[in-house]
Each structure stands twice: as C-alpha cells, then as structure tokens.
Ligand binder design. Structure first.
Ligand code: SAH
Length: 273
C-alpha cells in the first residue's frame, strides 16, 4: 500500500473515522495551548494530518510531524502538505527510534496504522519514548474486521494460497482477541503509560457500489499479486463478500445496484506518559 494518489482518493472510511475519533476525544487531550508539538504516526498521504487533525489543534501549536514507513507516502505528503510548521519524515514505528526524536513530542496521535504492526510492544514503547514527560497519546486502529476473514478464506484456496501465504502478517493482532482492551491496557501499563483508557467501538461503513469497494481494497492491499491476476483476485474477493452476505441489493433490486456493508470494531486508546 504505497500508492499515495490512490490512497488519497479512496480513504473516505479512514477519514470519517479519524474525524469521529477527534470529535469525541480531542477535547480530552491536555493541550499546553502554546507550543504543542504533535507527531502523527502512520500519516500516509498526509491528508488526515493536515485537513483533519489540524482543525482540532490549539491555534498556537508549534509543530506537527507526520511519520510513515513508506518513503513514497512521505514524499507525497511533503509535496502536498508540508509548510513552516508541518513536515513529514520516514520512520518505522516498530524499529529502532532515532535518538533525536526521543522525548520530542507533547502529543502522539495515530489513525488506522497500528493494526499493521506485529510487534505491538515495540511500537507502543517507541510511542512512549517519543513523548516528553507528561505527554499523551490518542491512537485509533482496527480491532476486528471481516475483511481479514475474506483474506484468510482466499488464502485457503488453491489459486491464492501462494500469493497470500503470509496472510496473518497483515491481520490485525486484535482480530481474534476476546478482550483486546485488557490486552492493550496491560501492555501499555507495563511500558510505563498511565491513565490508560482503551475502548472498542463498533462501526459500519456502506460502499454504494462494488467498484467503490474494489478501489478501497486496492488502496490498502498488502499482497503482491501479479498485475495480470489482480482482476481475478478482485472477482474472487467480491464473490466471498457475496457469500458472506455483505452485498445488499437496493432499489427493490430493480436496477442491479447494491450496497456493500462492512461492520467492524475500532480500538481507541488514550494514555499519558
Ligand atoms: N493515518 C492515515 C494513513 C493510514 S494508512 C489515515 O488515517 O488516512 C496506514 C499507514 O501506516 C500507511 O501509510 C503505512 O505505510 C503506514 N505504516 C504501516 N506500518 C508502519 C510502520 N511500521 N511505521 C510507520 N508507518 C507504518
């Protein structure tokens, strides 16, 4: 998922959820109200950072840094959205944290990113280390999402077994958890976070055509399916959606139009250092 142009044009769900999360929780962030420094982890194309997050910051914040593991995303974000107080850098939140970034931020936020990360404890420790004393974080990521079940079903088929062999690498670490809230709270308290609050929120999103689903799936597809096979992959994907009854006819089924409904849960975490 390195295609920033494509992501930018098909991330309506992610944008809606970032907005809802900030609407609900931005007021609970303890802004310093002068000179706040904020890092957005997994900023992607930078549009949520600049068009959504910024609206919720105190007007006299000092700096926003968006970071992402993808060089292409960071290049795109810098071209489109950087200015005197906003910049984008390459950083793997699961990797070794550069010394210069330690204790550099008053607030860390992250939207739709941490479910990509296998070593959760490394990422959360790095978030802790990015924060200055008294800093806080607001993190939102996927808990349970039926799309992962679609991937797993495809991975069991003869046709896709090879291409989706590492399917579990891309499934949220919390997809199969019974009590993700407790798991995350325990991990964060062990790292040293205080005031840890983890909520699981149910949500759903309706795409108004199969084409819209295909575009959204393509924008976040982690599998290296050969180009010439991709349309068959998508056909098989849509057939599974149909079997799982995610596709609903609309307009009394007269004109063939459909809605595709995804129900999923998001984890929203806030904590202090
Ligand atoms: N926050 C944006 C983008 C979410 S897409 C939004 O809400 O629209 C998820 C992003 O996480 C992708 O751009 C991906 O490159 C990034 N990402 C995945 N693994 C990462 C890691 N280990 N460190 C930093 N960013 C990562």
């Amino acid at each position: 998922m390195n295609d920033a142009e494509l992501y930018q044009s098909s991330n309506a769900l992610q944008k809606r959820d970032a907005c809802q999360c900030l609407e609900e929780f931005a007021a609970t962030i303890k802004w310093k109200n002068s000179g706040d420094r904020i890092i957005d982890i997994g900023c992607g194309d930078g549009s949520v950072t600049t068009n959504i997050l910024k609206k919720y910051l105190p007007h006299n914040y000092k700096e926003i840094v968006g970071c992402d593991i993808s060089e292409e995303m960071v290049r795109f974000a810098n071209e489109k959205h950087s200015n005197f107080d906003t910049k984008f850098i390459v950083l793997d939140i699961e990797g070794k944290l550069p010394e210069a970034l330690r204790r550099s931020f008053d607030h860390a936020v992250s939207f739709y990113t941490l479910h990509w990360i296998k070593h959760q404890e490394s990422a959360f420790s790095n978030i802790y280390d990015l924060l200055s004393e008294g800093g806080d974080c607001l993190l939102m990521f996927i808990g349970h999402m039926p799309v992962y079940d679609v991937y797993r079903l495809l991975a069991r088929t003869k046709r896709w077994r090879y291409w989706l062999k590492d399917v579990d690498r891309y499934v949220s670490p919390y997809h199969d958890s019974q009590e993700p809230e407790k798991e995350i709270k325990r991990m964060m308290e062990k790292i040293g976070f205080t005031n840890v609050d983890v909520k699981s929120k149910h949500s759903s999103y309706v795409y108004d055509s199969i084409e819209a689903v295909k575009k959204a799936v393509k924008a976040v597809n982690p599998f290296k399916i050969p180009k010439e096979m991709y349309h068959i992959f998508m056909e098989d994907y849509v057939n599974i959606l149909r079997d799982m009854r995610f596709i609903e006819p609309v307009n009394n089924n007269t004109d063939g139009s459909v809605h595709v409904r995804f129900s999923y849960s998001l984890l929203v975490v806030s904590a202090k250092k």
